[in-house]
Write a protein that binds this ligand. Structure first.
Ligand SMILES: Cc1cc2nc3c(=O)[nH]c(=O)nc-3n(C[C@H](O)[C@H](O)[C@H](O)COP(=O)(O)OP(=O)(O)OC[C@H]3O[C@@H](n4cnc5c(N)ncnc54)[C@H](O)[C@@H]3O)c2cc1C
Length: 431
């Protein structure tokens, strides 16, 4: 069961490959009562972007993190910065109409620019490689959809970075046994996720945010003139609170539990490879069209980082390497002889719509459920919430209601019901 420190008991306590070589923040624990304009729960990208954007706008911000900065998905993800939303442009148009689809795509581009500008302005060392992102067709039947997406990006959005690649074009870039075609987006890039989270935290600290680690929030209470957050170590009073706990909001904010389904995802890093660039060329980050996505790239120290398979239960697999290997070897049969040096897991939080659930009810704001696209889209959520807090609600309004329906059933019923559905879709990957 999830514990109040945001752990899951599912093997995510172990630190990831990324923890090696990243300089921890070593922020203090909360040890007395505090007061701020905004109190933020969770120090992943969402909480940290919100803090940074708040202090940039003159609001004081306290961030309370149950474990350490980047302990959640932000410090253990695939590191792939994928432009756009989880749904493609034709889907955006169908769901939101042409005008709003254009606006939403433009917003996702702002998120991409925010991340790149922060890296440049701060000199943030996070192994940035701007080699593009490839959405690879995992099956022949996915090719037409990718062609349509390339066409819509070019003609409807006027986005010049993306184009369709044939199976042969893909093979020139990725030495995979499974190449049917793909969508190459040169706007995509890759980062070291934990170094980025820590850099973001340092940027917020430098501008005056206060960050406390090992300080789990136990309760959120509305008061007559604001909020009172009860945390281990003290209380924080503020005008507003932001819930940024992503996959496991249920502890401090039980009303948000049905917004997301936590899905367990596992990754491996091989030994450093002499011919890494032969496997994936030019710093390309790759993910595929499977329901349970495979994603892979070469790290700055020449390891193949591969994520594959998902589990819809908090029970960990017998071994993570044993769980990921079949997916790895299906894509790269030549990886059979490679030594795997690191294996770790994390929780991806997905919403029913696959759009993030961002919103505000009175003095409580929240943003969660980035559905595998949080490396970029969290920047947008942080800015939308900070803007709203200084009386500019437009961006938050645009994001509110993107994910209108929540998961059925209570916290406990919802999971088994939905798991059945997810297992059905994941099984279709094998057809
Ligand atoms: C394995 C994996 C691979 C992924 N790959 C990609 C990718 O390649 N590209 C991409 O765009 N996205 C990817 N994602 C998704 C992306 O990592 C997330 O969308 C993003 O990191 C979410 O950031 P967040 O700040 O909302 O959540 P998190 O980073 O999970 O942060 C939430 C924080 O809240 C804290 N917390 C929880 N409860 C409490 C409490 N009671 N008190 C105080 N703090 C609390 C947690 O400890 C945690 O640090 C991946 C996710 C996973 C798990």
């Amino acid at each position: 069961m999830p514990d109040r420190r945001g752990g899951s008991g599912a093997g995510f306590e172990m630190s990831s490959y990324y923890a090696i070589g990243a300089r921890p923040l070593a922020a203090p624990r909360l040890s007395s009562d505090e007061r701020a304009d905004v109190v933020i729960i969770g120090a992943g990208y969402t909480g940290l972007w919100t803090a940074l954007e708040c202090v940039r706008r003159g609001l004081s911000a306290v961030v309370l993190e149950a474990r350490s900065v980047g302990f959640g998905a932000s410090g253990r993800n695939g590191g792939q910065a994928i432009p756009g939303w989880r749904k493609g442009v034709p889907d955006l148009i169908r769901t939101f109409g042409a005008e709003r689809a254009r606006r939403l795509f433009a917003l996702s581009e702002e998120a991409r620019r925010s991340v790149l500008s922060l890296i440049a302005e701060e000199g943030l060392e996070c192994d940035l490689r701007q080699g593009g992102h490839l959405l690879a067709a995992a099956r022949r039947r996915d090719v037409e959809g990718l062609k349509r997406e390339a066409e819509a990006l070019a003609s409807f959005i006027g986005y010049g970075e993306a184009r369709f690649l044939t199976a042969e074009d893909v093979r020139e870039r990725v030495a995979s046994a499974r190449s049917f075609g793909g969508l190459l987006d040169m706007g995509g890039f890759q980062i070291h996720p934990l170094k980025f989270a820590l850099g973001l935290a340092r940027a917020a600290l430098r501008r005056g945010a206060r960050i406390y680690e090992e300080s789990p929030v136990l309760e959120i209470e509305a008061t007559s003139n604001g909020v009172r957050i009860r945390a281990e170590g003290g209380d924080v009073r503020a005008d507003h609170a932001v819930v940024a706990c992503d996959a496991l909001p249920g502890g401090p904010a039980p009303w948000l539990a049905s917004a997301v389904m936590p899905v367990a995802a596992y990754q491996i890093a091989t030994e450093p490879l002499a011919g890494a660039d032969q496997l994936i060329r030019g710093g390309l980050a790759v993910s595929d069209t499977r329901f349970a996505v495979n994603y892979y790239r070469i790290s700055a120290d020449n390891r193949l980082i591969f994520g594959g398979g998902e589990r819809y239960t908090v029970r960990p697999p017998a071994t993570i390497e044993g769980f990921v290997r079949p997916f790895l070897e299906e894509v790269f049969p030549q990886a059979r002889d490679l030594r795997i040096e690191h294996a770790w897991g994390g929780l991806v939080s997905i919403t029913r719509s696959r759009f993030p659930d961002v919103g505000r009810e009175g003095r409580l704001l929240h943003a969660l459920g980035f559905s595998g696209q949080g490396v970029l889209l969290t920047a947008l959520a942080g800015r939308a919430m900070a803007e709203d807090l200084i009386g500019r609600p437009d961006m938050l309004r645009e994001m509110e209601g993107l994910s209108p329906s929540r998961f059925p059933g209570g916290e406990f019923l919802r999971s088994p019901l939905y798991s059945v559905g997810m297992l059905y879709h994941a099984a279709r990957d094998r057809l």
